[in-house]
Design a protein around this ligand. Sequence first.
Ligand code: COA
Ligand code: ZN
Length: 375
Amino acid sequence: MIFPKQIEILDSTLREGEQTPGVSFSVDQKIALAKRLDTFGVDFIELGHPAVSPDVYESVEALNSLSLNAFKVAHGRAAISDIDDVVAIGVPWMGIFFGTSALSLKHKFNVTKTEALNRIETAVKYGKDNGLKLRFTAEDASRTDIDFLIQVGQLAQNSGANRFSLADTVGCLTPTQTKVIVSRMVSELDIPVNIHCHNDFGMATANALSALEAGARCVDVSVNGLGERVGLPPLAEVVVALVNIYDVNNNWNLSMIPELTEMVQSFSKLDSNANQPIVGKNAFTHKAGLHVKAVVKEPKSYEAISPVSVKRKRHFIIDKYTGKVALINKFEDLELNVHPEEINIILEEIKSHPEKVDWKDKELISLIKSMGIKV
Ligand code: COA
Ligand code: ZN
């Protein structure tokens, strides 16, 4: 599938990523990450929300002084003081957000729709008058009445916003619903539409891609999917899907994915799950004998993504699911000359130890020796 227009990636690791429970990055860590994200080739980097705390303010200042190719965006409420912070620091872009769903209007702000529109208009115009490039985000857009959402989008656009962002704040959209809402907003607005998905139902990546299919220009991601609750679409998943499934080539430096993952794991003190796509320990590890046999002949048999393309290595596990060819392959790797008849005997022994889930090379060699097999 070929997208008709330009696709952009906004990385929010430094902003939303720091909203992950248990996470607080130092200023130096943020600087190191921003530099590497820039080299990776993201289009926008969200620096943070200066009003949050003195250290976030300081980090936005420090990040803003870096020379980066990516556009720098600060985050803030539809409030004069937040906009003043961004203007004072001199960040060129600001993402102004305001909750637009009935739930937000009633419980967060206790305002009518008209009052909400006034606040949005005032904030966007104020930001514009102060020279900012603006992305207006309708927070909780996915639970906002569509006619009101269109009204908000058009108001933001007419007040000077350069982008309109739809936030699926509680991650409740499906890919089909995402497509409907994004297509509608794309057709109602002249400014590019961005999408901010959350992973509460495990659909963040699918929804982000669906939004791009529907004409969204820019998708928010974070390294390792960090973010509030269960986070955002992971950078690796979105970008690798764009390259492999959609044939988008934005010159992203895919070989940096492991490095970014490890940096964020170390800074956030949160490990990626073993079975996480692309970056997880198991992402390129094959276990079942039939799979290994096929992969040895042709890796594409059981690999949709080339491990080399993302600087990962292919591994094979030896355990009770192993087959003959997988074991022969292992012995060839170890340069052990095992007679074909003995392979079956060794395999039987391996299969009689279901408690051993990953035979290491040394253990296999000891096993062979203990069985009196000469190699
Ligand atoms: N636009 C304008 N005002 C908003 C808003 C928005 N999008 N969202 C919330 N507000 C207002 C609320 O109405 C409330 O105003 P009130 O004090 O007049 O009632 C205030 O902001 C938020 O309340 P509270 O969090 O209790 O205020 P605070 O002054 O102690 O702290 C922050 C405000 C932003 C500094 C603090 O909540 C914080 O550090 N938050 C982290 C960032 C964050 O929440 N990000 C969400 C990103 S989606
Ligand atoms: Zn979010």
